[in-house]
Design a protein around this ligand. Structure first.
Ligand code: 13P
Length: 247
């Protein structure tokens, strides 16, 4: 499976930062065997798509309805039209700050796939779930409910334990691989053979210094990177770590 590294800039960046990132990325050696995706805030999508690099374009969210009178929203079809290939949905920040439910995540994922893009569906447990030993059950339920009606083709699952996001406290490779193996089993139960081919990527304080040990794990197919993706060099280092053994 090709490695997949996705930069989630969240609500960071500027026109200058987006242009600089693309310039710097273009000056670094290309990374073989890995798909690198940049998900900037909406206003900067057009800057990236116009630049000639091997970075793919992605978005951080999309509207639940297909189109219509929904002031301030951006549809999956519009994102595809702008050249996006990936859209992140169900990020824990959207679930906690905007109350997004599993059912809404599933509808958005269906829109994304129907528009010809790949949905990056995020799931992950809170610290209290893990401390209570309920993390596998919580993640399995989230996964099942967030993927209702979503086809295996055009799907990536991102496991992001909430306690590891932006905290500097990454999951250990054993914790991450343990959960990825559970997710793989659930995907195979839901999709049969096709479940084995759905990429499962890890997110939560991934940095150049810890990427390699995570990517050594059998069921970790890449990373969803927040803070460390704002710098082109560190994102490139993470992408390079993911390319080891894939070419
Ligand atoms: P950090 O890499 O900053 O912990 O963020 C992870 C994340 O939420 C990516 O979607």
């Amino acid at each position: 499976m090709v490695g997949l590294v996705i930069a989630n800039w969240k609500m960071h960046g500027s026109r200058a930062a987006a242009t600089d990132f693309v310039d710097q990325w273009g000056s670094l050696p290309s990374v073989e065997g890995v798909e690198a995706v940049l998900c900037p805030p909406y206003p900067y999508l057009a800057l990236i798509v116009g630049a000639t690099t091997d970075l793919m374009l992605g978005a951080q969210n999309c509207a639940e309805p297909a189109e219509g009178a929904y002031t301030g929203e951006v549809s999956a079809k519009m994102l595809a039209d702008m050249g996006c290939r990936y859209v992140i949905v169900g990020h824990s920040e959207r679930r906690s700050f905007y109350g997004e439910t599993d059912a809404q995540v599933a509808t958005k994922a269906q829109r994304i796939v129907s528009a010809g893009m790949t949905a990056v569906v995020c799931i992950g447990e809170a610290l209290a779930d893990r401390e209570a030993g309920a993390h596998e059950a919580v993640v399995s339920t989230q996964l099942q409910c967030s993927l209702q009606g979503v086809s295996a083709e055009g799907l990536v699952v991102a496991y992001e334990p909430v306690w590891a996001i932006g905290t500097g406290q990454t999951a250990t490779p054993q914790q991450a691989e343990g959960m990825h193996a559970v997710i793989r089993t659930r995907l195979c139960e839901q999709y049969g053979e096709a479940g084995g081919g759905i990429p499962i990527i890890y997110g939560g304080s991934v940095k150049p210094g810890n990427a390699a040990e995570l990517f050594c794990c059998n069921n970790i197919d890449g990373a969803l990177v927040g803070g460390a993706s704002l710098d082109a060099k560190s994102f490139w280092q993470i992408a390079s770590a993911s390319s080891v053994g894939r070419t």
